[in-house]
Design a protein around this ligand. Structure first.
Ligand code: ADP
Ligand code: MG
Length: 340
């Protein structure tokens, strides 16, 4: 391998440091993302998993600087993209970065497309904004892009309006728009949840293909651990606004440490089951206003909880090189015989 390329790979494309994102609820700040740090290297696919309400989308919106104004804010921490601290960027620099270097596929495709413009118009806009291209070529590229995301009869669809498409097709259009300008980082928030299994596999294969060709990094948010196994290099497990485990995909599946991860893995649906079995973990994720202030936030649902789990807050620590866990069961500061 080219040694220069190896060296470049070590520098993170995205470096999130001690991120805290809060929502103002009746005049009080509540952290939806609480002291989260992680990196995404060039070409890496990092999966983020966790039940609904764990802060995955809020974290993505924080990175994209798209939090609802006046309600949500990055309270502390840093988001460094390609060596530049996003906080130091002007609104226009952020706008340029969004869509060009970083783009995102949202969970709800219906609200992300403009209902008054054709699909083709919205796709071509991306090309016109970022490249010098003739109208005819932009149209041809739009059609090719639509075809590549699994849309049949793209020559017809290109002239249709979002309301004429099914939800699944709209999501495919969103993916086409997001990858049109070949971003360095794509944040895909549950990108295939609305699609049927066959289409889902095609879309994921497509994303992986584009990632390889374009040297793109992906943050893939999903509640489907099968997707993680298929797609990701690294996995971050989030619970109640915090990272509870982070490691490479092999270790996560073969040697999960955090009891929450173990339960998530146990909840993987079998191939013939469509239902979302993540809900099969007893209890619910605490809401922002009910978040425990000390101790482990998972303690009240954890089958391995010890008395100290409600009084000592576990820190995310390396239990071995490249495997971070926030759980007192793996607290390296404790003498070995005390560990279970
Ligand atoms: N606009 C908002 N106002 C108040 N609370 C919010 C808002 N958006 C999200 N939250 C809360 O932040 C937490 C994390 O939400 P979210 O990031 O959407 O979870 P996930 O994407 O993991 O399902 C949840 O408790 C959710 O209720
Ligand atoms: Mg979400």
């Amino acid at each position: 391998m080219n040694p220069e390329k190896t060296r470049i790979k070590e520098v993170p494309l995205l470096d999130v440091r001690n991120l805290e994102t809060a929502f103002d609820i009746d005049g009080t700040d509540y952290n939806a993302v609480d002291d989260v740090s992680f990196q995404v290297k060039p070409r890496q696919i990092v999966g983020i998993v966790g039940e609904s309400g764990c802060g995955k989308s809020v974290m993505s919106l924080s990175i994209m600087q798209l939090l609802p104004k006046g309600i949500g804010k990055v309270k502390s921490g840093q988001i460094v993209f390609d060596g530049i601290n996003l906080e130091k960027m002007s609104e226009s620099q952020i706008n340029k970065l969004r869509g060009n270097d970083v783009s995102m596929i949202f969970q709800e495709p219906m609200t992300s497309l403009n209902p008054v413009f054709t699909i083709g118009y919205q796709l071509q806009e991306v090309f016109f904004n970022h490249t010098i291209i003739s109208r005819r070529n932009a149209r041809l590229r739009s059609i090719a892009l639509l075809k590549s995301v699994g849309i049949s009869r793209p020559e017809k669809i290109v002239d249709e309006y979002p309301h004429q498409l099914s939800g699944g097709m709209r999501q495919r259009v969103m993916i086409a728009i997001a990858i049109a300008c070949q971003p360095k980082l794509l944040i895909a928030d549950e990108p295939t949840t609305a699609l049927d299994v066959t289409v889902q596999a095609q879309i994921l294969e497509l994303l992986k293909g584009i990632q390889e060709v374009n040297d793109m990094s992906i943050i893939l948010i999903t509640h489907d651990l099968g997707v993680v196994a298929e797609m990701c290099d690294e996995v971050i497990v989030m619970y109640a606004g915090k990272i509870v485990e982070r490691t490479d995909v092999d270790r996560l599946f073969h040697n999960p440490k955090h009891p929450y991860t173990t339960l998530l893995l146990g909840a993987i649906p079998k191939m013939d089951e469509q239902e979302d079995r993540l809900n099969s973990i007893q209890g619910i994720v605490p809401s922002l206003i009910n978040m425990p202030q000390v101790g482990c936030r998972f303690a009240n649902r954890c089958p391995k909880a010890m008395p100290e789990c409600t009084t000592i807050t576990p820190l995310l620590e390396n239990v071995e090189q490249g495997h971070e866990v926030a759980c007192l069961l793996f607290d390296t500061s404790k003498p070995k015989e005390e560990m279970r």
